[in-house]
Design a protein. Structure first.
Length: 329
């Protein structure tokens, strides 16, 4: 928790509590859990008591008081990531703690607040009742974490429905760590229907064209997509084809996209000429673009070099993607 954050897509982090329970393959090597283990506070896992942070209220109020100064220096609102060391919509958190968070976040209307969750199904159940009737604060956006296509098909449409139902000003997805290819423009949401998460438009499966089902009204599309690889000693690699497709689809639809990092592993295609000599002593693996164990032929196999997060950088296809939705500019 700090007034300044090293996270590329926010300026500050505020945590009203620490602790969480793993709910996704993306949680396997959670940085927050590793940091907690180092601190020895024991607030991770099913049934583990969460740790309340006493300084959260004073920090968010200070950020609110300093809003004029920040905007004068940066020409925009301060981006504040809530609960970087936990999940706002964690089932195992005291409702009174969550009520404090919502009250303080709603009151900090000079900040651009980012809520990020892996538990999208809990959002409508846990936000204050008056947020459900058009009262969702206009300075608070909502993001959902996903790691592969299966999670995207489960969560992207639900997020779009939440934006429409609750009047959320902007929504996004954080694909961190990205563990497989995701086609955000073609997510199967029923046997015969596909959903384009970037435009909100539904389409019918071509094989059902002779008896097409009714097509639902369009939903809001995503405003922001963050993509990133995994860091740390047990990090899993990110194939460049996965990230490049996301970036291309975002360009095609005008959706803001931010490529955060390669993480621990750098693909051969992204290696800079002056770095090649260093790679001779570096651990490597061969990563296919199709991670399915049922793939008959492994196409587009990429050599990945374990160079560490700092050395891998964040250039995708030779360029930096550091875009934000209009509400955060």
């Amino acid at each position: 928790m700090a007034e300044r954050s090293a996270i590329e897509w926010c300026d500050a982090t505020v945590n009203f509590w620490w602790g969480c329970t793993k709910v996704s393959p993306g949680c396997d090597h959670c940085y927050a859990e590793e940091w907690n283990r180092f601190r020895g506070t024991g607030v991770w896992g099913l049934g583990a008591e969460r740790r309340k942070i006493k300084g959260a209220t004073s920090l968010i109020r200070k950020l609110q008081r300093d809003a004029d100064k920040f905007e004068a220096e940066h020409g925009r609102r301060r981006r504040v990531f809530m609960q970087s060391m936990s999940d706002t919509f964690d089932n195992e958190v005291d409702d009174a703690w969550r009520a404090d968070l919502f009250a303080e976040a709603a009151g900090a209307d000079r900040l651009a607040i980012i809520l990020l969750t892996k538990r999208g199904s809990n959002v409508a159940k846990m936000v204050p009742a008056h947020w459900l009737d058009g009262g969702w604060p206009k300075h608070i956006g909502l993001m959902v974490t996903m790691t592969d296509h299966i999670e995207a098909e489960r969560d992207a449409e639900r997020l779009a429905k939440l934006k429409k139902r609750l009047g959320i000003p902007w929504i996004g997805v954080s694909i961190e760590p990205m563990l497989g290819p995701i086609n955000l423009r073609r997510l199967r949401v029923s046997r015969d229907l596909f959903f384009d998460a970037l435009t909100g438009v539904y389409s019918v499966s071509p094989v059902r064209a002779h008896r097409p089902p009714p097509i639902p009204e369009p939903l809001p599309g995503l405003d922001w997509v963050i993509v990133g690889g995994e860091s740390g000693k047990s990090a899993r690699p990110l194939h460049p084809a996965w990230a490049s497709e996301i970036a291309r689809h975002c360009r095609d639809t005008g959706t803001a996209v931010l490529f955060k990092q390669w993480g621990e592993w750098l693909p051969k295609i992204a290696v800079q000429p002056h770095s090649k000599s260093v790679l001779r002593r570096t651990e490597t693996i061969e990563l296919p673009a199709d991670p399915s164990p049922f793939a008959v032929v492994q196409l587009d196999v990429m050599t990945m070099y374990r160079v560490g997060k700092a050395n891998a950088g964040r250039l995708l296809d030779g360029r930096e993607y550091l875009q934000f939705p209009e509400a955060l500019r």
